[in-house]
Design a binder for this molecule. Sequence first.
Ligand SMILES: [Zn+2]
Length: 197
Amino acid sequence: MLTGPPTGRSFVLEQLFKDARVAGVSELGLDYSVPDSRWTVQLGLMERILRIGTIGKVHVLHVRGSRGDPDGEAAHQHCREIMQKHCPPDTRIHLHCCTGSTTQVQRWMAALPECHFGYTMAFARMAFPSQQVLQDLPLQRLLLDTDAPHLKPLSATRCNSPRYLGEVAKAVAEIRGESMKRICNAATVNAHRLYRM
Ligand SMILES: [Zn+2]
């Protein structure tokens, strides 16, 4: 996630955002797991990046709540407000490393209907009540993440990498009570559609 001021980088970002080969803008968002004295900087930086011109790209959003707000209500709400302020309603979104509730998913889909939800091993390690959201999620909104090099599966001997995406698919399949093949097929189709591959 970008944390410094974009001074001097704006021109580079502007050129990248104009490049048709650039499919998405990644790790854009708000991370409130840091001290709240740094939230304002993040809010301003996110707005400055969106103002450069990211329309037409997939927005890969990183949203994380504070320790006292594990569902990230404040971070998600602020992030949605900024996205709605700067982006059209049909903006394609990949909300990555999701851990939020069904309510959180519904709010995103109501605000920005092209929002898709990426799940990692972080979700697989949560207890059942928190996993209900994954059972409720429409299959056509599902994406699979690894968030490598973080969140390695328990079976992994090395640091996390895309090679472990199958572990995520297996965990998601078990939680949803569906076959791994169905989950892999759906996530692949969804990713191709979202990223226009
Ligand atoms: Zn992230």
